[in-house]
Ligand binder design. Structure first.
Ligand code: ZN
Length: 474
């Protein structure tokens, strides 16, 4: 019986963020927890394989991970790996864009440590987001890797399944494929590279055409994660298979296509300054109009409490707007203490990300209190604006989150969310949508960010650069 061990660590680390990711920010599940196995509903299809769980740790995107936190999780995982071995294969449930304070190539470190325990004969397969940054060490250490093919990501489970299925197939057939790796010196934010519109949709569709199941067993394009100022930050194309020439050709082809379309990637909705977004939405006759406050999007690693958009809204006074959201535990506490219906004046936000804004003085009425465990939330009404304040950094991606706060999204004229491209549920709701090019750690205008350590030349920083693909085979 084949014995496969599962381990993983996943987050997306914005090195421009002022808010480090700490141990408490990780949701850590172990193999003895049913939640661990719920991530992999397909494993029951492999009755002849023994799966062993160690540790899977996930954290919401944020700043770089504190080194001590990373070490604790890594040692916990390695201890279980040593205790429960030996293994035929390892499946790694990853994201691919983690940064650990003071260290580079965090995933490369994770894989190298695992390789030292499981040995060279053991096959290691990883599943990735498509916003991962890949290094030579990663390609060297992994045997197999595959990534999402959709953004917004709607193929999460099938990507995990593909990584496991590839691993099991290689173990059963006793094969060890080669990997062709082509770095593409293009840095583009995820908001421009969605697979819901061209050229992202067209380029990702080409992946399937490259895979024949033998010579080329899998292929991946990584957009990369641009808000990481480290040398490995890049897009790349990867092809895995049994034929050296075929995988090189596939990876080069995908890389060249991506490169040739680099200037064609655009935001999926009109992108404007904060002021222009609010003014335009105020004029729009349809409702609701969704606006992404994109520079401070916590799901891309933004801090989440930048107040610039809210400040502008309070000045322009749109009617019937909901602003989701500002994390501020002190302000939540003060609203709850004041009580429902009370008039309050608060300094909200600007406490975590002091670089991009400052606390904003707001007066209003406490309109609703949600006593949610570990994340109490309040709605404060100031003129025509409903401001959602939360204890924790909280992305608003679902209609129900508004309903829980007694807000019917369809009755609002303007809904502002700290997000980049709209997730499916918000997109379905929006009669119109804009992306605000707002300030924050994940500013979409990446050429303005203070990069110092990325590999140059790189588009769009060096827009007139000439490039020919260099393929590396591992
Ligand atoms: Zn992603």
């Amino acid at each position: 019986m084949l014995k496969i061990v599962i381990a993983g660590i996943a987050t997306e680390s914005c090195t421009f963020s002022t808010l480090p990711t700490r141990l408490a920010d990780f949701n850590i599940v172990h193999g003895d927890d049913t939640l661990f196995w719920e991530r992999y509903p397909f494993l029951s299809d492999y009755a002849d394989v023994e799966f062993v769980g160690t540790v899977v740790a996930k954290a919401m995107p944020g700043g770089s991970v504190e080194a001590a936190a990373y070490d604790v999780i890594k040692q916990d995982m390695l201890k279980l790996l040593r205790e429960k071995g030996a293994f035929d294969g390892v499946y790694l449930d990853m994201h691919g864009a983690m940064n650990v304070q003071g260290r580079d190539d965090a995933e490369g470190d994770w894989y190298t440590a695992i390789r030292e325990v499981v040995g060279d004969d053991c096959l290691i397969s990883a599943s990735y987001d498509l916003h991962g940054n890949v290094s030579e060490r990663i390609m060297q250490t992994l045997d197999l890797m595959t990534g999402y093919r959709t953004a917004p990501h709607v193929d999460v489970i099938e990507t995990r399944l593909r990584a496991v299925a590839l691993l099991i197939r290689c173990l059963r057939e006793d094969i060890r494929p080669k990997k062709a790796f082509v770095k593409i010196p293009v840095a583009l934010p995820g908001e421009k590279t969605s697979t819901e519109w061209e050229p992202g949709s067209e380029i990702y569709a080409q992946i399937l055409a490259k895979i024949d199941g033998e010579q080329v067993m899998d292929a991946t394009i990584q957009i990369g994660y641009v808000w990481a100022d480290e040398p490995r930050m890049t897009a790349c194309a990867i092809a895995i298979g049994l034929d050296d020439d075929a995988i090189q050709e596939a990876a080069i082809d995908l890389a060249e296509t991506y490169w040739s379309r680099r200037a064609d990637f655009e935001f999926g909705v009109p992108a404007m300054s904060v002021t222009d977004c609010i003014r335009q939405a105020m004029k729009d006759s349809v409702s609701p109009v969704l606006i992404s406050d994109s520079g401070d999007n916590p799901t891309a690693g933004g801090v989440g409490d930048v107040t610039v958009f809210l400040q502008e809204s309070l000045e322009l006074k749109p009617d019937n707007m909901v602003y989701a959201s500002i994390p501020d535990a002190i302000a939540v506490e003060m609203c709850i203490d004041a009580g429902l219906g009370a008039s309050v004046t608060l300094e909200i936000g600007g406490k975590l990300d002091k670089k991009h804004s400052q606390p904003l003085s707001v007066s209003g009425i406490v309109q609703f209190i949600l006593d949610k465990p570990h994340n109490r939330q309040v709605v404060m009404k100031s003129d025509g604006i409903l401001i959602i304040i939360t204890e924790q950094r909280t992305p608003f991606h679902h209609r129900q989150q508004f309903v829980d706060l007694n807000i019917i999204p369809e009755e609002q004229h303007i809904i502002v969310v700290k997000i980049g491209y709209l997730v499916p549920e918000l997109k379905a709701m929006a009669k119109k949508a804009y992306l605000a090019l707002s300030a924050g750690a994940v500013n979409q205008d990446i050429v303005r960010l203070p990069y110092q350590r990325i590999h140059r030349p790189c588009y769009p920083f060096d827009s007139d650069m000439i490039w020919t693909p260099q393929v590396q085979v591992f």
